[in-house]
Design a protein around this ligand. Structure first.
Ligand SMILES: Cc1cc2nc3c(=O)[nH]c(=O)nc-3n(C[C@H](O)[C@H](O)[C@H](O)COP(=O)(O)OP(=O)(O)OC[C@H]3O[C@@H](n4cnc5c(N)ncnc54)[C@H](O)[C@@H]3O)c2cc1C
Length: 368
């Protein structure tokens, strides 16, 4: 049986960042990814936004990792030549009831260490974005966008430069705990060959599939595996050059940040994600959902042309709470939670997981 210092299941941005961190600490690390290339799950089906940390409860892992991750990601992008743009974003109040929400966001963000927000009147917001309709806005200068694939390639390249390896088309099927570590069972998709690896550290970073894999870790008590729900987010794009310079967000809604405008690095506009609870993973975008998009977007961009929205893509959030229940934090369970040395499970790594990937990786390395 092959022996390796650590096996990380899942080659998304989280698994790759963790593998890089462990490899940089001198641990021989193997990433096992079931699909044919890295990062085709949640990590390539998102808004690509480097969040500033404006939405999360004080003292939560999301707040802490997002604020740390924002600075760390800009630095990483500069150091490793990953394309990004610190374009800034506006959160807009479109009626007077929402002014209070803006004030709350500013206060909560300040408590979480975000000190660069500016409250703008509607007139001031229109000076920076003439197409915008709002009664007030928050300007967040430290929000930006990043090329997610270039980020994952840079993280993987650095991990490999420090000795990490990757096996693609290979699924982790189960994990057996032993006295000195784990035996990780895998199956190679094309050949059907089964391989086993003996390792002292096992990290489950399987995104949407993390709870299912955790059920196949023999020593893990079932009450350490949270129930997960799929919350699909659909995007529509507008062909042609962008009419805005900043990202534009409405005030947040239950379960998501609201249908917002993001820009990509090529300068195109896209809107989303909306919120659709689904039972199974299905990446088709229903064009009829555009009707709601027109209505919501016109609250802050009244001159959105009729018929211009085209279906783009969608992503699925791994939610630990279902519709109507309080929002949950990231769940990163190490030995203190389940008493199994060397094991870490990551559950519910939804937004701001991309922004948080570097501090999450550091945190996981301290748990093992
Ligand atoms: C609609 C949407 C918008 C978002 N927008 C943002 C944003 O703007 N900014 C931000 O910071 N965050 C955002 N996020 C969150 C961010 O994208 C995620 O937190 C992050 O990408 C999660 O990465 P991951 O590595 O955990 O999951 P994934 O990228 O899904 O990686 C998990 C990997 O595990 C593999 N896998 C699964 N099972 C197995 C197995 N048994 N064996 C081997 N491999 C397996 C999968 O193939 C996959 O590649 C958004 C998320 C969504 C859904």
């Amino acid at each position: 049986m092959e022996q390796v210092g650590c096996v990380v299941a899942g080659g998304g941005v989280i698994g790759i960042a963790i593998a890089r961190e462990l490899a940089r600490r001198g641990i021989e690390t193997l990433i096992v990814e079931e699909l044919g290339s890295i990062g085709t799950g949640i990590s390539s089906r998102n808004s690509g936004v480097i969040h500033a940390g404006l939405y999360y409860p004080e003292c939560s892992l999301k707040a802490r990792f997002c604020v740390e991750g924002n600075a760390a990601l800009y630095k990483f992008a500069r150091d490793y030549g990953v394309p990004y743009k610190q374009c800034g974003k506006l959160i807009v109040a479109t009626d007077s009831d929402q002014l209070q929400i803006l004030t709350e966001i500013v206060g909560r963000s300040r408590n979480c260490g975000v000190n660069d927000l500016q409250l703008l009147s509607g007139k001031e917001a229109r000076l920076v974005e003439p197409e915008l309709m709002c009664s007030a806005a928050i300007m967040s200068p430290s929000t930006g966008i990043i090329d997610c694939h270039a980020l994952m390639l840079a993280l993987l390249g650095d991990a490999q430069a420090h000795g990490a390896m990757i096996a693609i088309n290979t699924q982790v099927t189960s994990v057996t705990a032993e006295r000195t570590g784990f035996v990780v069972q895998t199956i190679e998709e094309q050949s059907g060959h089964q391989y086993e690896f003996q390792t002292a550290i096992f990290v489950n970073a399987c995104g949407l599939n993390a709870p299912a894999l955790a059920m196949n870790i023999d020593a893990l008590p079932m009450d350490c595996v949270p129930k997960s729900h799929y919350a699909k987010g659909n995007y529509f794009f507008v062909p042609g050059p962008a009419q805005f310079q900043h990202l534009i967000y409405p005030v947040p809604e239950v379960g998501g940040l609201g249908i917002h405008l993001t820009l990509d690095l090529a300068g195109s506009m896209r809107f989303g994600p909306d919120l659709e609870w689904v039972e199974a993973i299905d990446y088709t975008v229903n064009p009829e959902r555009a009707d709601v998009f027109y209505e919501v977007i016109r609250r802050y961009w009244p001159s959105l042309p009729e018929g211009c929205l085209e279906p783009a893509y969608c992503g699925i959030r791994p939610k630990l709470s279902f519709a109507g229940n309080p929002v949950t934090d990231f769940v990163i369970d190490g030995p203190a939670s389940h008493h199994i040395k060397g094991l870490v499970n990551l559950f519910g790594i939804e937004s701001p997981g991309l922004t948080s990937c570097l501090p999450i990786a550091q945190y996981v390395s301290t748990l093992v």
